[in-house]
Ligand binder design. Sequence first.
Ligand code: NAD
Length: 477
Amino acid sequence: MDQSLTSAAGLALQGTFHRMIELSRAEPAPTLQQRLDRLSRLRALLKDNEKRFEQAISADFGHRCTIETTIAETLGLLGDIKHTSKHLKRWMAPRKVATQLQFMPGKNRLLPQPLGVVGVIAPWNYPLQLTLAPAIGALAAGNRVMIKPSELSPNFAALLRETIAAKFDATEMVVTGIEDGIAEAFAALPFDHLMFTGSTRVGRIVASVAGRNLTPVTLELGGKSPTIIDRSADLDEVAPRIAYAKLMNAGQTCIAPDYVLVPHDSLDELTGKISGAMQRMYGSDPANPDYTSIIADHHYARLQSLVEDAAAHGAKLLQPAAADDAAWKSKRKFPPTLVLGATPDMKIMQEEIFGPLLPILGYGTPAEAIAFINGRDRPLALYWFGKDDAARDEVLARTVSGGVTINDCLVHFAQANQPMGGVGPSGSGAYHGEWGFNTFTKLKPVFYRSPYNRFADLQPPYGGKIARVIKMMRLMS
Ligand code: NAD
């Protein structure tokens, strides 16, 4: 037995899992009514505890802007529950599939079927959204759900555990503890599907552990999401949109613009405008309640080391809210920092930033900007600003990323009818809305034979009739 499973918490985890597995096999197909009831309980849980979640999340961050929790977490989830509940009957229905002539009058159908027990491992940056958005898809698809929140969100994790236990039976949905060893033990359970949201580094570990059980995984990972400013862009429009997307949640957003590519001769102008927009939005006071803290001291130190490394290698730093370092640090708030002259040998251009630092780099031709992006890991998101449709389509055609927003940042994430997911090192698989339903569903192909099929003609003894059948099949192939 795996060492990490021998603790009391580990054994309880296994017990919960096995009870869920047994029930999922004994009662594999919850009705539409049962699923709608689960979604409606989730909705009530969110509404009844909205303020408590805001406070718990803020306590974990040190300070989390409550408007951000409302906009980026609660409202998105309520919208997702509404959308899912509205369309669930149609998603659950058998799907018609065409049948080739030679198999008619038999027919094909795809039967959506719950997979069984789904595990969800979540990060701390949007803890409510990233635990419950996967749960919505998994519950709608008729599964039982186990959730493992991040150990960096202890207040949130305790509240989620308490509120889910109050509204759900422990065989429907549970939240595990976050003690040492639980994450590893959780990933090692032979789930019917495992959804992991987190870093690319841990994603590799989780995928390999799940692989031992042949557990299918959806990986929602991170990376460096580029923003291209085309020559045709209106910089006054661009600057506030980038500033907002970068500083929301203090840059601790998986799809935040990681760095900006702008034509060389517009670099100074754009830098000034982004700096001005940041200053207008967030001012210079670290006590500003609209600006969120960095989640933990080690992440603060990591951001400091990115900045110091860039400066040591010759980058120029610009802080729109020039201020007393100690005042910011005491609140674990990191001053927004624009980084000019960043080069590929700097750590800031090698790892995901995940904080309020923004390298702005100049490029010569659009082809150079595309080559820069294609020389790196395929990103989770890509942003393009401009008015030249041909230049836009060239970027869309020649780059591969998890998703794209044109003339803004982040907004593709909020589309109920679009899949959310990365590609390669930024992730695999997708969810949200029907895409989430399908991810947590076995779409089972079924062929219904008709009594009038001529399949008997294919059986031995092969006589003259088989030659006629083969000739006919060749004509159809
Ligand atoms: P992380 O990878 O450190 O942790 C994520 C989760 O994995 C946590 O619950 C953690 O406890 C768990 N974990 C850690 N080690 C584990 C192990 N060995 N086995 C199983 N589970 C383990 O990530 P984080 O710091 O919490 O979150 C930030 C990262 O998440 C960033 O890279 C960000 O881009 C990414 N992210 C991606 C998305 C997306 O939708 N693609 C959304 C949010 C965050």
